[in-house]
Ligand binder design. Structure first.
Ligand code: UD1
Ligand code: MG
Length: 490
């Protein structure tokens, strides 16, 4: 697989094959198709941003080797750089481009099968485009046999009329590869070594050249510009949502659903508008996502309801859970069955057992919460000491009742069945069944408002001036005496 080029026409500082399609780097897409054929070895030719491209290729999970093409002198030169990896190999080598992302395993398999069935030395794919601009055109001799490929830039006006193009998919007998590559020359418009010239060279040498017509040309379109990338994104999105609709998923607005190629969705799940599902996100059956959600590598059990506007990354959500609106589930979040996460709740490295509820304005980080516990509004696990960067853990048992506005200063444990009173700052472990409260008794100053107003010379019903020394200043003399006691209390 060739993936060394910068992709000049993308006008980017990032290598073309690292640009994303469906949330994955371009290079991952053809590798996924290739992987389904179970190749005995895979070599990716890298050059621009070699380390990043290599990492992206390895993330495919295939046993990928890389060959470095330090200077990009054309697609033929790229294959020359990879050829040593096939020196001891006498099978068939599939050559494909990293910028042709929608290639299917079926197309690769057909090419390989035709190559073998016709006992060919070289087989190539071909397809017809109404607008073939940019592609290499397939040339045929008087008898109609494929005789070579001419690049768009090198083609005569008459050759440019040819609609049959080269999608850039080849299968070559490994033993023939090296002699063919050695014969390449740079006498062309770009001064490069064109891989496409091996077709003409093989034909001239009387080798058997086979070709396979690809019926759905859009699956072998190359990405060379950002406009092509956007068109392909729309097409991929369309293909994927259609596939999931066929599998029993409802999309309320398929045009605004973004389902990544590695995502799985169960039957009878309903996906509302503007939902983005990325990475290895898996959604169970009968779930409902109301709309505007961004889920990455997240797993939902069955019958989960995600209300409007939620973000989840690396979270696992149990059956029948309810999440949102406006919730943020960060990596390491594990929610059991029937957990409720409400509005403005953030979780991170948080394991919440079955039936836990945290319905409002809460941060749960580095914690474990036992079955059936209720977390009141405004609860914060204080996990970060602010200086060493160390995060400490909060452990909360089963059936615990945590009141509103509670801080749990980690490391700390609240044991089963305990009650934490509203407004408590928990700094020590709480035994099972205990009540913990840090309460400053409230002071009630009877008649305070009236005194205050008198002090400010105001009529009843006016707003009370703020109890700051500055605000108290204008009312000096009499009013001051009247409020002497009140002032002391203040
Ligand atoms: C190529 C074909 C063209 C075909 C089209 C299909 C050649 C000469 N032309 O043109 O016939 O119709 O693809 O999409 O092969 N690359 C390297 N090293 C290099 C140059 C390129 O690794 O020195 C890689 C690129 O990263 C890219 C792929 O090869 O992934 C194709 O290169 P690109 O420049 O896009 O070729 P096209 O002009 O599209
Ligand atoms: Mg290209």
């Amino acid at each position: 697989m060739l993936a060394a080029g910068l992709g000049t026409r993308m006008r980017s500082s990032r290598a073309k094959v690292l640009h994303e399609l469906g949330g994955l780097p371009l290079v991952r897409h053809p590798l996924a198709a290739l992987g389904r054929l179970g190749p005995s070895r895979v070599v990716v030719v890298v050059g621009h941003q070699a380390a990043e491209v290599r990492a992206a290729a390895l993330a495919s999970g295939l046993p990928v080797d890389t060959a470095l093409q330090a200077e990009q002198r054309g697609t033929g030169h790229a294959v020359q750089c990879a050829a040593p990896a096939f020196a001891d190999f006498d099978g068939d080598v599939l050559i494909l481009y990293g910028d042709v992302p929608l290639v299917t395993a079926a197309a690769l398999r057909r090419l390989r099968d035709v190559h073998r069935a016709e006992d060919a030395d070289l087989a190539l794919a071909r397809m017809c485009f109404a607008d073939p601009t940019g592609y290499g055109r397939i040339l045929r001799d008087a008898t109609g046999r494929v005789s070579g490929i001419v690049e768009h830039r090198d083609a005569t006006p008459a050759e440019r009329e040819i609609k049959e193009v080269n999608p850039g998919l080849y299968c070559v007998r490994a033993t023939l590869l090296t002699p063919l590559l050695r014969a390449l020359r740079t006498d062309n418009a770009q001064g490069e070594l064109y891989l496409t010239d091996v077709v003409g060279l093989a034909a001239q040498a009387g080798r058997r050249v086979a070709s396979v017509q690809i019926e759905r040309p859009d699956e072998l379109a190359g990405v060379n510009t950002r406009a092509e990338l956007a068109r392909m994104e729309a097409q991929l999105r369309d293909d994927l949502t259609r596939r999931w609709m066929e599998a029993g998923v409802t999309f309320e607005d398929p045009a605004t659903a973004y389902v990544g190629p590695e995502v799985e969705i169960g039957r009878d799940t309903v996906i509302g508008p503007n939902v983005v599902l990325r990475g290895k996100t898996r959604i169970g059956e009968g779930c409902r996502l109301d709309g505007t959600a961004f889920l990455v590598d997240t797993q939902l059990g069955d019958r989960v309801h995600v209300l409007f506007s939620c973000v989840a990354d690396g979270a696992v959500i149990g059956d029948d859970a309810i999440v949102g609106p406006f919730a943020r589930l960060r990596p390491g979040t594990e929610l059991g069955a029937r957990v409720h996460i409400g509005n403005f709740v953030e979780t991170k490295k948080a394991r919440l057992a079955d039936g836990v509820k945290a319905n409002h304005l809460t941060y749960l980080g580095d914690c474990e919460v036992g079955t059936g516990t209720n977390v009141g509004a405004g609860t914060i696990t204080c996990n970060y000491d602010g200086s060493t960067g160390k995060k400490s853990k909060t452990t909360i048992g089963a059936r615990v009742q945590i009141g509103s506005d509670v801080q749990l200063v980690a490391p700390v444990t609240v044991h089963d069945d305990a009650y934490v009173a509203a407004g408590t700052t928990v700094t020590r472990d709480v035994p099972a069944g205990a009540l913990v409260a840090t309460r400053v008794p409230p002071r009630v100053l009877e008649g305070w408002v009236a005194r205050r107003r008198a002090m400010a010379g105001q009529k009843p019903g006016a707003a009370v001036p703020a109890a700051t020394p500055r605000a108290a200043k204008p009312a000096k003399t009499k009013a001051r005496k009247v409020s002497a006691r009140a002032r002391r209390r203040r």
